[in-house]
Write a protein that binds this ligand. Structure first.
Ligand SMILES: *[C@@H]1O[C@H](CO)[C@@H](O)[C@H](O)[C@H]1NC(C)=O
Ligand SMILES: *[C@@H]1O[C@H](CO)[C@@H](O)[C@H](O)[C@H]1NC(C)=O
Ligand SMILES: *[C@@H]1O[C@H](CO)[C@@H](O)[C@H](O)[C@H]1NC(C)=O
Ligand SMILES: *[C@@H]1O[C@H](CO)[C@@H](O)[C@H](O)[C@H]1NC(C)=O
Ligand SMILES: *[C@@H]1O[C@H](CO)[C@@H](O)[C@H](O)[C@H]1NC(C)=O
Ligand SMILES: *[C@@H]1O[C@H](CO)[C@@H](O)[C@H](O)[C@H]1NC(C)=O
Ligand SMILES: *[C@@H]1O[C@H](CO)[C@@H](O)[C@H](O)[C@H]1NC(C)=O
Ligand SMILES: *[C@@H]1O[C@H](CO)[C@@H](O)[C@H](O)[C@H]1NC(C)=O
Length: 538
């Protein structure tokens, strides 16, 4: 049943794809806004020749080359960029619009598209989900923690020597693994069983090392090994792991374009991964053939590979990044955890704020500090505690109220330089929990901020004071789980009314591996909002 639905959909896909052929911008005699001789990267879709089987890579490549006017550009560069064998019938090449136009008349040509650039989307969870005991219970007995499974992560790579990717207690790699790992400075093990990087149209000899951080997060949350002392928030230690800590990882680093991403999908199918994880964005208006994950994922799913993709971080209705029926689309929720930093006012009122990494042990929470609100004059600069805005305002040894926004850490620096004791950041908490603050901070929601300012304006006959109480990790936030404000929502604009996302999973308040040691504790983890770990049941 399912396969006939998929079959029908793919038929539909091919039909629509055919009708797209004419959409590609080709120069006509009447239109000289397009330079017909400009060399661009095209992805050329072909129809599979009836009855013909390509026995080797070389044979396939030479068929693809037969569509090209010649093998090299004037510059000497090869025209053919990638031959795809699994993910589609076709190839990527450097061509001019005129040359593509000429190619359209060749037998087997289906459709040409220009290369595009993709954007990345931007510990406690097992316990919260009732999976806390790694030796017992459903996590161990039913899911096996991913043992024997290979997850292919198509993203920005991983750090080469992070404790999350050690192979302590990892079983040997599955015998069906068909990929490779061949680098000087990046050694694979039983956790990381393969790695490759495609960039700028070539397979690189450099290892798939992450610098940006996105790929490290995704890989560690899916399949990071157990790491003790992962988060050190002041004096709190936690053990971190991915949701499938015994699964193997194959890392496909694709920093840039569709041509490269298609190649990564292609290779992961050849390598025989079991699951593909692709947490990269796409336009909500993308159709099944323009969304790389939908397009490539179809072929992967037909080969028995599960494809898991992120719903996106747009927050609005009809904003899904991916919505093809054959993909598992994952939205983000809040768990009930937070890293609490309570604000206690002089009048006894309490507000539960949050803070990322900085949970100082020496802060005197019994002492009521005077509060200062530089923004009481209603100027944007002082409200935001921008650089230079505290000149002439006495904040020495006080707790300073600042509205959050861009550069929250810098606001802290300004307050600290002016002699402030601590800062209460006010307003949207999104994206701020992993801030490596330079002084004690509590971040409160807007509704609480208004109450704190009301108290500041009329402290009931005394001077306004407050203190901060750092509580480390606390549970019990309500409601939880709740869909996160920035998780993309359905309905899909393009899938004809099929419900998506398929699942939501804790995607905020999640600890993920970081390629850099960060924060005051020089730790290899980041506490980050992220889109989002799916629990894998087998
Ligand atoms: C290939 O074709 C292009 C465009 O026709 C031409 O400019 C180039 O010189 C050719 N290269 C070779 C090696 O013949
Ligand atoms: C490993 O990489 C080196 C250098 O890039 C290359 O010469 C060699 O052929 C590769 N070996 C395999 C088995 O792919
Ligand atoms: C390997 O790492 C060392 C030290 O970081 C560096 O000097 C060297 O250039 C690297 N080699 C390669 C092939 O990346
Ligand atoms: C990626 O594609 C864009 C066009 O969308 C192009 O301008 C850029 O040069 C490509 N990048 C690489 C590395 O090929
Ligand atoms: C946290 O871990 C470190 C290193 O293992 C240890 O020295 C310290 O005592 C631990 N702290 C707590 C509160 O358990
Ligand atoms: C394994 O990889 C080789 C190329 O490296 C490929 O020719 C072969 O088809 C792959 N095996 C499977 C089962 O995909
Ligand atoms: C903390 O503040 C309380 C209340 O003012 C004071 O009694 C106590 O001595 C302070 N502790 C330290 C270590 O300064
Ligand atoms: C892939 O990783 C992302 C986290 O970045 C998560 O949303 C998704 O659930 C993961 N999928 C699988 C199958 O691990």
């Amino acid at each position: 049943m399912m396969s006939s639905i998929l079959g029908f959909l793919f038929f539909f896909l091919i039909l629509t794809e055919r009708s797209q052929t004419s959409d590609i911008q080709l120069p006509s005699s009447a239109d000289d806004s397009i330079n017909g001789n400009e060399i661009k990267t095209y992805i050329i879709h072909l129809t599979k020749p009836e009855g013909r089987k390509f026995l080797s890579e070389e044979e396939l490549e030479s068929w693809h080359k037969s569509f090209l006017p010649n093998m090299t550009l004037d510059s000497g560069e090869q025209r053919l960029i990638y031959s795809y064998s699994e993910v589609m019938t076709g190839f990527a090449a450097k061509l001019t619009p005129h040359e593509v136009q000429a190619m359209q008349h060749l037998d087997g040509f289906l459709h040409a598209e220009l290369d595009i650039q993709h954007e990345p989307e931007t510990t406690y969870t097992p316990k919260y989900l009732g999976l806390s005991d790694p030796t017992n219970g459903i996590w161990h007995t039913e899911s096996n923690m991913g043992e024997g499974i290979i997850i292919g992560v198509i993203d920005s790579g991983i750090p080469s020597n992070h404790p999350s990717f050690s192979d302590v207690q990892m079983p040997a790699k599955p015998t069906n693994w068909n990929g490779s790992c061949n680098f000087t400075n990046f050694s694979c093990n039983n956790k990381i069983i393969g790695g490759v990087m495609y960039s700028g149209g070539t397979k690189k000899t450099t290892p798939p090392v992450d610098t940006g951080g996105h790929g490290s997060h995704v890989a560690s949350i899916a399949a990071g090994n157990f790491v003790k002392d992962a988060m050190v928030v002041g004096n709190f230690n936690y053990t971190a792991s991915g949701m499938a800590p015994r699964a193997h990882l194959a890392i496909y680093k694709v920093p840039e374009n569709r041509t490269d991403t298609l190649k990564a999908f292609d290779q992961s199918i050849i390598d025989q991964v079991n699951i593909i994880n692709y947490s990269s964005g796409a336009d909500p208006d993308d159709t099944f053939y323009t969304d790389t994950a939908a397009f490539s994922g179809y072929k992967a799913v037909r080969k028995g590979i599960a494809v898991s993709v992120s719903a996106g971080n747009r927050g609005n209705p009809e904003s899904l990044s991916h919505s093809a029926p054959w993909l598992t689309v994952v939205g983000a929720s809040w768990p009930d955890r937070r890293l609490a930093a309570e604000v206690r006012l002089g009048n006894g009122d309490q507000f539960i704020g949050e803070t990322g990494f900085y949970q100082p042990t020496k802060f005197n929470s019994s002492f009521q500090f005077p509060i200062e609100y530089p923004g009481a004059n209603d100027e944007a600069k002082t409200k935001g505690c921008w650089k230079g805005s505290l000149n002439g305002i006495d904040v020495k040894d006080k707790i300073v109220l600042c509205w959050s926004g861009k550069g929250n850490i810098d606001k802290g620096r300004v307050v600290l330089a002016a002699g402030g004791a601590a800062m209460i950041l006010m307003g949207s908490l999104v994206n701020t929990r992993n801030d490596h603050h330079v002084l004690p901070v509590s971040h409160v929601i807007t509704a609480d901020a208004r109450k704190i300012i009301d108290y500041y304006n009329s402290p009931g006959g005394s001077n306004p004071t407050a203190t901060l109480i750092f509580k480390g990790q606390t549970s019990g936030r309500r409601p939880a789980p709740a869909i996160a404000p920035t998780s993309s929502r359905g309905p899909s604009r393009t899938n004809g009314g099929i419900l998506k996302p398929d699942v939501i999973a804790p995607g905020y308040e999640i600890l993920g591996a970081s390629p850099k040691k960060g924060g005051p504790f020089n730790n290899y983890f980041e506490y980050k909002m992220l889109n989002s770990p799916l629990i894998i049941y087998f």
